[in-house]
Design a binder for this molecule. Structure first.
Ligand SMILES: Nc1ncnc2c1ncn2[C@@H]1O[C@H](COP(=O)(O)OP(=O)(O)OP(=O)(O)O)[C@@H](O)[C@H]1O
Ligand SMILES: [Mg+2]
Length: 323
C-alpha cells in the first residue's frame, strides 16, 4: 500500500524576540525552531527528542499555529495551513490536537472529569444534545481504560497515569487525525509510562491516528516511534527510522544521547559517547553547527559553517560534516 503524506513541515522557523529595538542588528532573538523540515505519513509515529529547551514544544505548538511561525510552510492533508484564516484554523483543531506537557495544569481543577472531556464537544459539536455528549464522554472514558463512574469526580482524585488517560480522552474526543503528545509520560513512573504508551499504541490502530510524540527521553521515544527526529538548539541533527537511529546513529549528538542512556542494548555500545558541557545560551547560539561547542569531533569548520541536513541513506538524514 502506498504511504499517504499527512503532514509536511517545510523550512519552519519560530523566533522569539527577546529584546526589541528599531534597529534589526540590535534585536535579540531566540531561534527556538530553526529551519525545520520533515514529513509524516498517515499512521506513523514521529518521535521528537532532545534536551530541555531544544524547541520541542515550540515546534509542536507552531505546527498547530498555537504559536504563529516566523516563516515556513505547514502542509496538512495537502493544504497549506499557513494560509488559513481564524475560522479555518479553528476548524483545524478538530483534526489536530495537542496534548499539553503537564496534564495537571492543563485541566481545570474545579471542573469534573465529565466537563473536562465534554469541553471540546461543547465547542465543536453544537448539534449534539447533552445526553449524546454524556454518552460520548462515557465511551471515551472506556476507550482510555477508565470507568464511566468517574465522570463526576475531580482531577485531584486521580493518579498521574489516570490523569494522563483523561487528557488523552479529551484529546481524541473529536476524532482527530493528528495528535501531538508533549511529554505525555515524562512525569510518570516507568511501569505507568509503559501502560500509557500501550494505550497510545492501541488507540493509534483503533482510531487510525498519527502521532508526533515529544519527549526528552530517548528510551521512551524508542518504544513508540516509527521515525525519530533529534533536535538540538532548534535545529534537526538527525532523522531516521527508530531502528536505524539506534542501530547506526550517525550524528555525534545522537550518539552521545544514546550513550547517555544505559540501554543494555549491545548494539549501542560501540557508539557510547557521553555528553559533556552545557547547552549554549540559545540567545547566543554558535554560528556554525549548534552542537560544535560540545561535540567531541568538532573542527574549526564546524564552528563557522553550518552543515546541511543530508540524506545519507534512504530516509536517514543527518547534519554533520563528518558522518
Ligand atoms: N514564549 C516564549 N518566549 C520566549 N522564549 C521562549 C518562549 N517559549 C520558549 N522559549 C524559548 O525557546 C526555546 C525552546 O523552548 P521549548 O519550550 O520549545 O523547549 P523544549 O524542548 O520543549 O524544552 P522542555 O524539554 O524543557 O519542555 C528555549 O530557549 C525557550 O527558553
Ligand atoms: Mg517542552
Amino acid at each position: 500500500m502506498d504511504k499517504e503524506l499527512l503532514l509536511q513541515v517545510k523550512n519552519l522557523n519560530k523566533f522569539f524576540l527577546l529584546k526589541k529595538s528599531l534597529r534589526e542588528k540590535n534585536r535579540v532573538y531566540v531561534k527556538a525552531v530553526h529551519n525545520v523540515s520533515f514529513d509524516v505519513y498517515r499512521g506513523e509515529t514521529l518521535g521528537i527528542v532532545g534536551e530541555s529547551g531544544c524547541g520541542k514544544s515550540t515546534l509542536g505548538r507552531s505546527i498547530l499555529r498555537l504559536y504563529e511561525p516566523t516563516s515556513g510552510d505547514i502542509i496538512f492533508n495537502n493544504e497549506n495551513i499557513m494560509a488559513y484564516d481564524a475560522t479555518r484554523l479553528r476548524a483545524l483543531r478538530e483534526d489536530m490536537q495537542y496534548i499539553f506537557q503537564d496534564p495537571y495544569s492543563s485541566m481545570n481543577p474545579k471542573m469534573t472529569i465529565r466537563d473536562i472531556i465534554m469541553e471540546p464537544l461543547d465547542n465543536f459539536r453544537k448539534e449534539m444534545n447533552v445526553k449524546a455528549k454524556e454518552d460520548r464522554v462515557a465511551e471515551l472514558l472506556e476507550i482510555v481504560g477508565l470507568s464511566r463512574d468517574v465522570m463526576n469526580r475531580y482531577p485531584h482524585e486521580f493518579s498521574g497515569g489516570q490523569r494522563q488517560r483523561i487528557v488523552i480522552a479529551r484529546g481524541i474526543a473529536l476524532n482527530p487525525q493528528l495528535l501531538i503528545c508533549d511529554e505525555s509520560v515524562s512525569a510518570l513512573d516507568v511501569s505507568v509510562q509503559a501502560q500509557i504508551i500501550n494505550l497510545l499504541q492501541e488507540l493509534k490502530k483503533r482510531l487510525n491516528l498519527t502521532y508526533l510524540f515529544i519527549s526528552h527521553d530517548l528510551r521512551v521515544v524508542k518504544f513508540i516511534s516509527d521515525k525519530i527526529m533529534v533536535l538540538y538548539l532548534g535545529e534537526i541533527m538527525e532523522i531516521a527510522s527508530s531502528d536505524d537511529l539506534f542501530a547506526a546513529p550517525r550524528h555525534p549528538y545522537t550518539k552521545s544521547l544514546i550513550g547517555s542512556i544505559s540501554s543494555g542494548d549491545p548494539r549501542a555500545k560501540h557508539t557510547r559517547v557521553i555528553l559533556e558541557g552545557e547547552i549554549p545560551n540559545p540567545m547566543n547560539a554558535p554560528k556554525g553547527c549548534p552542537f560544535s561547542t560540545r561535540c567531541p569531533i568538532a573542527t574549526e569548520k564546524c564552528r563557522v559553517e553550518k552543515p546541511a541536513l543530508v540524506e545519507l541513506e534512504p530516509d536517514h538524514f543527518a547534519s554533520c560534516f563528518y558522518v
